[in-house]
Design a protein. Structure first.
Length: 447
């Protein structure tokens, strides 16, 4: 069966339509889904819906299954743990998997100094606690984040987030003493400069900001994603965080790296922070940490992590035993299967193909990324760089209809991001990129 004929079969079948009606009656309208179908099962890079349609998944639950759906080692670890116990609450009766995972994360996070870890449920919860501990440790209250940032949907993390719609619009007032500085968005530089002649002005601007906007003796922390995820997979120049960190150290400001989407071999190494050769004070992690089981972690300098007293951080489900077991399996599997090397190879292959696509189609303003964390930013005109949000949406829809699950990003909604498994087969990767290019060609030809 040809790919063209196959593509006609994709979309919601009778079973998905039936479940969609049930969903409309029972699920809150604010919870949306990119795909109009319901999953039945998923393995590796493939997802099968309830009507039997098979899709290639280049979204990965928004970066949660970096090693593919249902990795056998992770599934087996979950089953074994479920046979032993599901919950005791670590704050009531402790358990070994929590301690073992903390030990491994302390070694994984960069920095030649004593580190400690606390486990939570979600990425937003890890960020919330990073803010709490930074404030307690420094005895200061202000928090700085970057434009184009995404850190979550809770009150504090929504305040730290920069994208207004759909995350912030109409949900104010926001948490106080949150400040923003321009992101290192080289494609759309806020200062009208170009790298490297700019001499990292966006990073050095922090000094001016602390002089004119908020005094450094009131700022507890600066939080940043090493690669901005929802903001459009924005990759800062390699020396950007070194400059930022020096300024933070000078003013006793805690540097928090949000590795929730960029972590666990998405960019090649265990964490994107390794690429920038910095030792952040705190690191937040979640998503692919446990291969699909909800768990998050906050790891950092022991003196910062110990700033809170007994019972002042934590949560009923924090560091759930199933999540701990799954995370330990992920870390063990990453070593056994050389996932860092596979991620680098997948990133290289993807980058080479996206470079060719970017050169070929005028709709593509820029291809950027780090490792296997890749994106295309679409524009109506390469000179004006007017965002092509409608075109991005149409291309994604065409991909869905052809059997490829892919999603957008970017503050203007004009970025197509790639979150395929880092250990995807070459054949699956090429097939997915073939579908993408076909969709871009059709959209550009029809526009």
């Amino acid at each position: 069966m040809s790919e063209k004929k196959q593509a006609k079969q994709f979309g919601p079948g009778l079973r998905s339509e039936e479940l969609a009606r049930l969903r409309s009656e029972n699920v809150a309208g604010g919870i949306s889904s990119v795909m109009p179908v319901f999953v039945r099962e998923a393995h590796g890079a493939k997802l099968i819906d309830v009507d039997g349609n098979e899709y290639l998944d280049f979204a990965g639950g928004i970066g949660v299954v970096n090693f593919g759906h249902g990795h056998p080692a992770v599934v087996e670890a979950i089953k074994q743990q479920a046979d032993n116990y599901l919950h005791t609450c670590f704050m009531v009766v402790a358990y070994e998997p929590y301690v073992r995972l903390a030990e491994k994360l302390n070694r994984l996070v960069p920095g030649e100094y004593p580190k400690k870890t606390a486990l939570f449920n979600s990425g937003a919860e890890a960020v919330e606690n990073a803010v709490k501990l930074s404030r307690r440790y420094t005895k200061k209250t202000g928090i700085i984040s970057l434009e184009c940032a995404f850190h979550g949907r809770t009150l504090m993390t929504m305040s730290l987030t920069s994208k207004v719609k759909p995350y912030k619009y109409g949900f104010g007032p926001f948490a106080p003493e949150v400040y923003k500085i321009p992101a290192p968005y080289c494609f759309r530089c806020r200062f009208g400069l170009e790298y490297p002649s700019c001499e990292l002005h966006c990073a050095r601007y922090l000094e001016q900001f602390l002089a004119v906007e908020c005094a450094p003796d009131t700022v507890a922390a600066l939080i940043a994603e090493p690669v901005q995820g929802e903001g459009g997979f924005i990759v800062p120049p390699q020396d950007y965080f070194k400059v930022l960190h020096e300024i933070c150290k000078k003013h006793n400001i805690v540097l928090i790296m949000d590795e929730i989407q960029s972590g666990f071999y998405r960019t090649g190494g265990p964490l994107a922070s390794h690429y920038y050769s910095i030792d952040p004070d705190l690191v937040t992690m979640a998503k692919s940490l446990a291969g699909g089981v909800p768990i998050s972690a906050l790891t950092g300098r022991a003196e910062v992590m110990d700033a809170a007293g007994p019972g002042e951080i934590g949560g009923t489900y924090g560091g759930n035993p199933l999540g701990c077991a799954a995370a330990l399996a992920v870390l063990e599997t990453a070593e056994k299967e050389s996932l860092a090397a596979k991620a680098e190879e997948t990133g290289k292959r993807t980058a080479q193909r996206l470079d060719r696509i970017a050169e070929k189609y005028a709709l593509v303003g820029e291809h950027r990324g780090l490792g296997a964390m890749r994106a295309l930013e679409l524009v109506k005109d390469r000179k004006t760089k007017e965002p092509a949000a409608d075109e991005a949406k149409a291309i994604v829809k065409r991909c869905h209809e052809k059997g490829l699950i892919i999603i957008t990003a970017g503050v203007f909604g004009n970025v197509i991001r790639f979150l395929m498994p880092v250990n995807i087969s070459e054949e699956e990767l090429n097939r997915g990129l073939d579908i993408l290019e076909e969709a871009i060609a059709e959209e550009q030809g029809g526009s």
